[in-house]
Design a protein. Sequence first.
Length: 112
Amino acid sequence: MTYFVISQCSLYLTQHPIGNKKDNITVIYTPWSNLRKDGSMAAGQVSFKDEKKVKRIHVVSRENFIINRLNKTKIEKHPDLRQEREDRQRELRKRDQTELLKRVCVYAIFAK
């Protein structure tokens, strides 16, 4: 991700409940594979496997014109995840069947 995208996301966080509409905050981001979570941790608490992969960006103040621009382009979707999964599995089965038919046809041609 570019620095521009990360800074825009950080500004957006300052306006919403995570940032609690505060100024002068530090946003921490890392790849999900770097997160460590075990059963002894409290809800919402995480640690990191490798501190070198953790990046921090300091947001001094909110810039409302950027936040308003981001809000204008926001699109909320509520997908039916079960239906999407079934459609994807159906498509994969269909693709596997066509590949199998191709192999059978090729085998039948060479067997003659």
